[in-house]
Write a protein of this length. Structure first.
Ligand code: ATP
Ligand code: MG
Length: 415
C-alpha cells in the first residue's frame, strides 16, 4: 500500500480531472459507495472460485460478528447501491466512480495491495452500441492524454450463458484427456472454472491449449451478432482493435463483450483498463434482469505510463509565485494583509509567507529555496508607506518598490 506524495499528486489529479471532464461529456454521473461491503456481496458477484475471492480479499469480522470485506473492485458495490436505491427500475443509468480497491496480491511493479481505479458502469442498455461508446470514450481519453500510441485494444466475446455452457463442456471434455500435462491451478479450475484456464501462463498448459476447441465456434447467433455489430462500430469510429480469443477476464460475471487496453511499455502488468458486459449480475444479486456494461482503469499504471512517456503537461510542475518576507516593527501584520489581498485579487496566485521570523537574509534564502518566482519584501519603510518591494528571484531584473494598490493593479502582468 503506497503513500501518494506531494510530488506525485499533481499527476494523479491531472488524470482524474481529464477522466472526469470526459465522463461529463458523455452524461455519466458520479457515484460514491462505501469502501467496505458485506463479504457475501463479493462472493456472489465476483465468483467463489476466482483468485480475488479465493485468496485476495481483505475480510474481517466487525464488532457485531458480521463478515465485511474491503472492496476489491467497484462493480459489485455500484450494483448493490443501484438496487438499494431503486435506481434500476424502469430507468437507465450511466455512472462513474473513482477510489481505492484492496487485494492481497503478491506486490510487484504495477500490482499493489491498495490500488486505485476509475470506472464506469452503465445499466439498462442491451445493445453493442453502448459497448462501443464506452470503448470509443476510453480511446478518446488515451488521445487526450497523449497515450494512444502506447496502447492497443483487445476484445473478445464470452457469449451468452448458453454459449458459455456449450463451450465449457467442450473445453472440459478436451482438457480432461490431458490432465497429466496441466499445471496445478488449471487442474483445479478444470472442475470449478475451466474458462479461466485459457489465460494461464504455464507453458505446458499453454501447449495443450493450442489444439483446444475455440470459443468463437461455440457462439450462438445472438452472441455472434452482438460481437459483429460491436466490431463494425469500432471500425467505423476509427478505433483499431485485435480480437484475442484467449481474453477471459478474472471475474465471473462477464458475458458477451470483454475488452482490455494493454501496453507493452510497463513490463508484465500491462493491462491499464479492462471491462465488459455483465448482463446477468443484477439479477444474480437479487434485482430484475438488467443489461449492464462497464470498465475500470488502473490509476497507478496510467500515472506510470504518463510519466514513462513524458505525457504530463509542464504546467503541472508550476511552482510557487510569491514568497513574502517580513521583518521589523509591524511588518508581519502588514504582510498578513498583503498576502490576503494578493490571494483575493489573483485567485490563481500561489503565495506563501515567511513564518518563524529570521533576518531578511535568512528569509531570502528560504524564498530562493521555495522555488517562488518573486519575493515580496516588507520592512519598516514598506509598513510606513503601505508599499511592497518586489524582487525577481529567477532573473536579474532590478527590484521595484511600489504602493500596495499599484502592485495589486499591475498583478496581471506578473502572472
Ligand atoms: P490483472 O490482469 O492486471 O490482474 P485484473 O483482471 O485483476 O487485472 P480488474 O479487476 O479488471 O483487473 O481491474 C481493472 C484494472 O485495474 C486492471 O487492468 C489494472 O490496471 C488495475 N489493477 C487491478 N489489480 C491491480 C493491482 N493489484 N494493483 C494495481 N492495479 C491493479
Ligand atoms: Mg488480477
Amino acid at each position: 500500500m503506497n503513500d501518494i506524495l506531494p510530488s506525485q499528486t499533481p499527476a494523479w489529479r491531472y488524470l482524474e480531472e481529464q477522466a472526469r471532464q470526459l465522463f461529463e461529456q458523455y452524461g455519466i454521473e458520479e457515484i460514491r459507495t462505501p469502501i467496505v461491503e458485506s463479504t457475501d456481496l463479493f462472493k456472489r458477484s465476483i465468483g467463489e472460485v476466482t483468485d480475488i475471492v479465493e485468496k485476495e480479499m481483505y475480510t474481517f469480522e466487525d464488532r457485531n460478528g458480521d463478515s465485511l470485506t474491503l472492496r476489491p473492485e467497484g462493480t459489485a458495490s455500484v450494483v448493490r447501491a443501484c438496487e438499494e436505491h431503486g435506481m434500476l427500475y424502469n430507468q437507465t443509468q450511466r455512472l462513474w466512480y473513482a477510489g481505492p480497491m484492496f487485494r492481497h496480491e503478491r506486490p510487484q511493479k504495477g500490482r499493489y495491495r491498495q490500488f486505485h481505479q476509475i470506472g464506469v458502469e452503465c445499466f439498462g442498455f442491451p445493445g453493442p452500441d453502448i459497448d462501443a461508446e464506452l470503448i470509443v470514450m476510453t480511446f478518446r481519453l488515451w488521445q487526450k492524454l497523449g497515450l494512444d500510441q502506447q496502447v492497443t485494444l483487445q476484445i473478445n466475446s464470452l457469449g451468452t450463458a448458453a454459449s458459455r455452457q456449450a463451450y465449457r463442456s467442450a473445453l472440459t471434455a478436451y482438457l480432461s484427456d490431458f490432465k497429466d500435462q496441466l499445471d496445478e491451478d488449471s487442474l483445479r479450475r478444470l472442475e470449478t472454472n475451466p474458462l479461466r484456464i485459457l489465460d494461464t501462463k504455464d507453458p505446458k498448459t499453454r501447449a495443450v491449449l493450442k489444439e483446444a476447441p475455440v470459443f468463437s465456434e461455440y457462439l450462438d447467433d445472438v452472441s455472434r451478432q452482438h460481437f459483429d455489430e460491436l466490431c463494425g462500430l469500432l471500425t467505423s469510429s476509427g478505433v483499431p482493435f485485435e480480437v484475442n480469443p484467449a481474453l477471459v477476464r478474472g471475474l465471473d460475471y462477464y458475458g458477451l463483450t470483454v475488452f482490455e487496453w494493454v501496453t507493452d511499455t510497463l513490463g508484465a502488468q500491462g493491462t491499464i483498463c479492462a471491462g465488459g458486459r455483465y448482463d446477468g449480475l443484477v439479477e444474480q444479486l437479487g434485482g430484475k434482469p438488467t443489461p449492464a456494461v462497464g470498465f475500470a482503469m488502473g490509476v497507478e499504471r496510467l500515472v506510470l505510463l504518463l510519466e514513462t512517456h513524458g505525457c504530463l503537461p509542464s504546467s503541472l510542475l508550476d511552482r510557487l509565485d510569491f514568497f513574502i518576507a517580513a521583518s521589523g516593527e509591524g511588518a508581519q501584520a502588514f504582510a498578513f494583509d498583503v498576502a490576503c489581498q494578493l490571494r483575493s485579487s489573483q485567485h490563481s496566485a500561489k503565495v506563501i509567507m515567511n513564518f518563524g521570523g529570521g533576518s531578511l537574509k535568512t528569509q531570502m534564502k528560504r524564498a530562493d529555496k521555495s522555488g517562488a518566482t518573486y519575493a515580496l519584501v516588507i520592512g519598516e519603510a514598506e509598513v510606513a508607506a503601505r508599499s511592497v518591494t518586489l524582487k525577481y528571484l529567477r532573473t536579474d531584473k532590478p527590484q521595484k518598490s511600489q504602493s500596495l494598490t499599484e502592485f495589486l493593479s499591475g498583478l496581471g502582468r506578473l502572472m
